[in-house]
Design a protein around this ligand. Sequence first.
Ligand SMILES: C[S@@+](CC[C@H](N)C(=O)[O-])C[C@H]1O[C@@H](n2cnc3c(N)ncnc32)[C@H](O)[C@@H]1O
Length: 580
Amino acid sequence: MRAYNQHTLTMDTLHNLKDALTNTKSERTDVSITRAPDTPLEIMADLLQKSLSAKSPEEKESYVKKALEISQGLDDYMTVATTTPSGNVHTMVDATLRNDWNAAHANGETKFKYTNNFCAGTFEAQFIATLCKLTGAKRVLEIGMFTGTTALACAESIPDDGKVYTCDIEPYMKTFSKPFFEKAGQDKKIEVCIAPAQDTLSELAKKGECFDLIFVDADKTGYLAYFQKIMDLGLLAYGGALVVDNTLFKGGVYTDSALAEVPEEKKADVREMTDALITFNKTVRDDPRVDVIVLPIRDGVSIITHKRPSQGDVIMRGAKQNSILQKFKLVGKVALVTGGGQGLGRAYCHALAEAGAAVAVVDLAFDKAEEVAKELKVKGLRAIAVQADVTSKADTEKMVDDTVTAFGKLDIAVNNAGINFNSPAEETPEREWDLTFNVNCKGVFLSCQAEARHMLTRPGESCSIINIASMASLLVPHPQKQAAYNCSKAAVVKLTQSLAVEWAPRGIRVNALSPGIVRTDLIEKSKDLQPLVQTWLGQIPMGRLAEVEDLMGPIIYLASDASAYATGHNHVVEGGQSLL
Ligand SMILES: C[S@@+](CC[C@H](N)C(=O)[O-])C[C@H]1O[C@@H](n2cnc3c(N)ncnc32)[C@H](O)[C@@H]1O
């Protein structure tokens, strides 16, 4: 017999409560927790338990009232304490709740008789939207759209090039949701599939679709078949989430008491759904392909994740049992970027910080470095600003010292500071040549030297230096006249190769990143450069200039373990221009 003021949970007690998860896995039969009631649910249960042995009706009522208050306030409090979904989602929920569902059915507009209870509501919409953001979901599938609340919340939470497929069997739902999706500007992102979800799943698999997040909220008796089809057809990506609603099913999955208040004429249906969910929960828990967690949110939500196999080679298991995408992460790393105060340098700072690195923004102009460091901090990322003239040995040493003092180490260095003057070669002043080489070539060398002196003191660590060269290291950009710049960037590549060979055995990779012509404000606003743009476009197979974000992925690749075996490489990102 359980003591009133303490909980003793074993899988055996669960068996006694309701044989919900029969044939419990052997390693879990010895789970035993003894502690005082601590959560709202536990306290409610404790109060109700006490009410059963109350010595007077007043004492009993007092216990019951307290339990009632805790239970009645729980969902409301969770809703008010949760970020409210967008106005678009609210408008849709309001319209759903105001809709005359009886009339829609009586008029023959809906095949089934729906009620407001079918609507997931704002809290659950926000919950699924949060999961979309957490998993970084791009492709989302919903089974059971109803009026589209969660579909809309998902669409608003995924990137602009993401897609939400949502299934329902009622054509009415597609008509109902259309104006709301359009008004929210999400109609292009959402594809409504009106057909039995089983058929839609087969169609999606045929098209080669795979989803980061799947939300199942339709016919409960179909859950197990949905799960099996999703897993068997490979519709759930690794690391993605299959989120299933109603898995506690009014409490029926663990106690028959939940059926007590169900009207007699509905009992058989509810029993069928309850049994289906009991089987579903057990099958999912025992499926070696997935992990599952059941949460007491509303009517119970299970989050099922697709596990990597623990057997096989590194390709099967994943490097360190992880998805390849983990290799691009820079969490726990420290980076510096010279010339980080503007343009491409600023974009590199943001890319590295977003990938998880703490970033020292280095610039000759301290105010610009500070501005970028501030931007990163606004994003909740770690950054400092450092002033340095890369042509000064003392400054490059100090920039490394300042970074190490602030963040304890330096793992990644992006030597991006550079200058470019345009002048016909026969007129290029000697000073212009010297200055170009001083910043672009000597500056990169001094930076590499200072960075490596620190990095070499940390054997066993993998460090990455990326020297920003240019497409001009390979070809002669035309018609602009920039001989000094072209030569300095070719020298950066040779320097990169030389350092790569010297330091490869000692844990430092050195690569060059060579951007093509990047569309910047300077080009957009300059009357002199504008006429050149048309000429350049004719020289670029991809037919456009580079955008700063085109360089943000490559910098992460070169900085991260994703490029662990690449060194001395000149990574050219120029839309194919060097091939002509
Ligand atoms: C609980 S509601 C979904 C709520 C919805 N997620 C929301 O955001 O409000 C369940 C929906 O599943 C649909 N449904 C039921 N059986 C289905 C099936 N076999 N295939 C596709 N949809 C189905 C119903 O028509 C209903 O609209």
